[in-house]
Design a protein around this ligand. Structure first.
Ligand SMILES: NC(=O)c1ccc[n+]([C@@H]2O[C@H](COP(=O)([O-])OP(=O)(O)OC[C@H]3O[C@@H](n4cnc5c(N)ncnc54)[C@H](O)[C@@H]3O)[C@@H](O)[C@H]2O)c1
Length: 277
């Protein structure tokens, strides 16, 4: 297995809870980074699902990003295949679900894709607003809409949202709005999926030390200096562990919830940086 900056809690994922089950992760790559060992949420989620035995369809707009996730899964003995698709295009959303379901219905769909332009309100244009909402919201609806009729009963959909859905997060209204809207979309998908035995839930991440997270902290150094629970940011593995629970049978009566993975930050729990070390 590849070595990552934050070691994955391998024991937590060493199960066959998802053996042979096909899952689709949208946004399964990660932003380019000088630090090759830093893991993004989509890659950690894909690796964790594969470690639990799932056959992972890794969709990303970046061919190199999608292939790198597949290579990391295969190197650890798992099964995966890449799908290159830009979900800002509605036809691509439908096509990637078609590709992922060629071999049969899906057990799970994880919608991890998310972008941000950090434009404060005065700088937003109709075009910039639409470009964020197309990827962070419309694509989630289109992928869920296409996938639902092609999922196994007992399956699950997970949306990756953010604490920014309910807290001002540094003058980023398009991103915050897109994440807040996922709450209503998740409820609608859960309602629609219920009759088919399919659940839908949200993982609401706090600050996560991913390549994208580090870039955000470089752009706004105060982000990296925030007092945090346990004196650290989350890692992709923390997010992955929540996803594994929600898509596995262990979570079979958990539906239409938002599971915060923020160390308690959203509840006001915070320590000075590194106070626990
Ligand atoms: N990093 C954090 O601090 C943080 C906090 C809260 C929530 N999140 C959420 O977690 C998710 C992943 O974040 P990350 O930090 O790992 O980011 P990331 O940029 O490393 O990963 C996102 C992936 O989505 C892909 N992608 C972007 N646009 C796409 C498109 N149009 N079509 C297909 N793929 C596309 C990218 O290529 C990348 O591989 C996002 O939804 C983000 O909002 C992150």
């Amino acid at each position: 297995m590849e070595t990552f900056t934050h070691s994955p809690p391998l024991a937590a994922f060493a199960t066959d809870a998802l053996a042979g089950r096909p899952v689709l992760v949208v946004g399964a790559g990660q932003a380019a980074s000088d630090e090759a060992s830093l893991v993004g949420n989509g890659r950690a989620i894909s690796l964790a699902l594969a470690r639990c035995g799932a056959v992972v369809h890794c969709a990303d707009r970046g061919p190199a990003a999608a292939h790198a996730t597949v290579a990391a899964i295969e190197a650890s003995g798992g099964q995966a295949r890449p799908i290159v698709a830009d979900v800002s295009d509605p036809a691509s959303c439908r096509r990637l679900v078609d590709e992922a379901t060629q071999g049969g219905p899906l057990h799970a769909l994880v919608l991890n894709v998310g972008i941000s332009d950090r434009r404060p309100l005065p700088d937003i244009t109709p075009e910039s607003w639409d470009s964020i909402l197309q990827v962070n919201l419309r694509a989630h609806m289109l992928c869920a809409q296409a996938a639902l009729p092609r999922m196994q009963s007992g399956g699950a959909i997970v949306f990756i949202s953010s604490l920014a859905a309910r807290m001002a997060a540094g003058r980023n209204p398009a991103y915050e709005t897109s994440k807040a809207a996922l709450s209503a979309l998740c409820r609608a998908v859960a309602l629609e999926g219920h009759a088919r035995g399919i659940r839908a839930n949200i993982v609401a991440a706090g600050l996560v030390d991913t390549p994208m997270g580090r870039a955000a902290s470089q752009a706004r150094p105060e982000r990296g200096r925030m007092p945090l629970p346990f004196g650290r940011q989350a890692t992709g593995w923390d997010i992955a562990a929540a996803v594994v629970f929600l898509v596995s049978d262990a979570g079979q009566y958990v539906n239409a919830i938002e599971l915060p993975v923020d160390g308690g930050l959203g509840q006001g729990i915070a320590l000075a940086p590194h106070a626990t070390s």
